[in-house]
Design a binder for this molecule. Structure first.
Ligand SMILES: O=C([O-])C(=O)C[C@H](O)[C@@H](O)C(=O)[O-]
Ligand SMILES: [Mg+2]
Length: 424
């Protein structure tokens, strides 16, 4: 009987993979991005997999959860969640890295629940012979659209730990347009997002204008990650009005975003001010966002993401997905849940084009016309490549990065870099 199958072992493997010198409001990406790969083994010899954040505090709480899930059936998602929520409590409302809500310690329990939920759904799918999307009610689309996620960037990392990537420098409007052209040529994306909050707003607006001219009709978004004051955001909204499909987290706080929304007809989107149910209860009635960027990694899993989609429907909000540097296991989890959500109103974010390495069998996931086809094979539809996992774990051991710190990395380029937010 399927119900007799038990979880007998959990392996948590931190990995590091090459990441570009990508600029953001906090600073710059380090040469190595961290993730954790979780393998959940069953009494009948199956292995379910999951991918999540790889910083040290995350590794600690993942390890804390191992005895809580061992012995459960892969179908016991609710018991897993209750156990994790009872045992893993945030010490404080700590925020380790503001731009990545996944590093907020206050979300520890949700992050751990999400990690095990994905691995257990992968197991359930393998046991019943169905893709995860079928366990979520079935697909409403055959492929999930993603957007071209552009970054301002340097041509190479400061200490040149490895050969520079093929993307070159991305600073001027011409270079940003060229970056978009290359990404669209390689992946076929049909919408474009620029990570802003890096340079003077006038420069970033000029880049959006250049993108608009180079790709007429393609939906555009700009995300300054709350690095613009309310006043700056209001002034910029006038210039961005004709250019954007949505305006993502220009200024900080629920109140700031709600005030800004009164001054612009552009829908405001967020993955910063609404990242918990409590934020939703407060922020949505205030009008702080009209588009929610969900992220199963910190909201608590794929099923919570579906709940969030219903809440967005109820409140008349648009919905899309946020990402951080990630590999193919996360991409597939996003794809399964996104395929099950009717009101996914915008193409999802993904950092995937910036990652060259993989841990899954068969190498990199294929995009078709900017979308990832929804798998029809059992479970997640991807398997771990043990040799690649071992190599990326070796990289983790050697690289020296243990917690993402874009600010300290930026100070290696510019010792006087304040990191103050909002900076403009
Ligand atoms: O939409 C967002 O806010 C992000 O993708 C946050 C990320 O941390 C991004 O800024 C990055 O990777 O530098
Ligand atoms: Mg964002």
């Amino acid at each position: 009987m399927a119900r007799d199958i038990r979880i007998t072992r959990v392996d948590i493997t931190p990995i590091a993979f090459r990441d570009g010198p990508l600029l953001n409001a906090a600073g710059i990406h380090e040469p190595w991005a961290l993730r954790s790969i979780v393998q959940v083994e069953t009494s009948d010899g199956r292995v379910g997999i999951s991918e999540t954040y790889g910083d040290e505090p995350m590794l600690r709480v993942l390890r804390q959860a191992v005895p809580l899930v061992t012995g459960l059936s892969p179908f016991d998602l609710n018991t897993m969640e209750q156990r994790v929520r009872a045992a893993i409590r945030p010490a404080a409302d700590a925020v380790e890295f503001e731009l990545a809500p996944g590093s907020h310690a206050a979300k520890n329990a949700s992050k751990v629940v999400s990690t095990f939920e994905v691995a257990m759904l992968d197991l359930q799918g393998q046991i019943v012979g169905a893709p995860i999307v079928d366990l979520l009610g079935g697909k409403v689309r055959d492929a999930v659209p993603y957007s071209a996620y552009l970054f301002f960037k340097y041509a190479e990392h400061i200490d040149r730990p490895y050969a520079p990537d093929a993307w070159g420098e991305g600073i001027s409007p011409e270079q940003i347009v060229e970056q978009a052209r290359r990404m669209i040529r390689l992946y076929g994306f049909r919408s474009i997002k620029l990570k802003g909050g890096v340079f003077e707003p006038a420069h970033e607006i000029a880049c959006m204008r250049a993108l608009h001219e180079a790709f007429p009709g393609l939906p555009l978004r700009l995300d300054p990650n709350a690095n613009w004051s309310l006043e700056t955001s209001i002034a910029a909204a006038r210039e961005l009005d004709e250019l954007l499909e949505y305006y993502e987290d220009p200024c900080p706080g629920l109140a700031g975003m709600a005030e800004l929304q009164k001054h612009t007809r552009l829908p405001l989107a967020t993955n910063m001010v609404i990242t918990t149910m409590e934020d939703f209860r407060k922020g949505v009635p205030m009008g702080s966002a009209r588009v929610l960027l969900s992220d199963h990694h910190y909201w608590g899993g794929l099923r919570v993401t579906q709940t969030l989609a219903r809440m967005c429907e109820l409140w008349g909000l648009g919905m899309s997905m946020h990402s951080n540097s990630h590999l193919g296991i996360s991409l597939m989890a996003m794809t399964h849940v996104a395929a099950s959500i009717p009101n996914l109103t915008y193409a999802c974010d993904t950092h995937y084009p910036w990652q060259e390495e993989e841990v899954i069998e068969g190498g990199r996931i294929r995009f078709v016309d900017g979308s990832v086809p929804v798998p029809s094979t059992p479970g997640l539809g991807v398997r771990l490549d043990a040799a690649r996992l071992a190599e990326l774990h070796e990289q983790y051991l050697r690289c020296g990065v243990r917690n993402r710190d874009d600010l300290s990395q930026m100070r290696r380029y510019q010792p006087e870099f304040s990191g103050k937010s909002p900076r403009f």
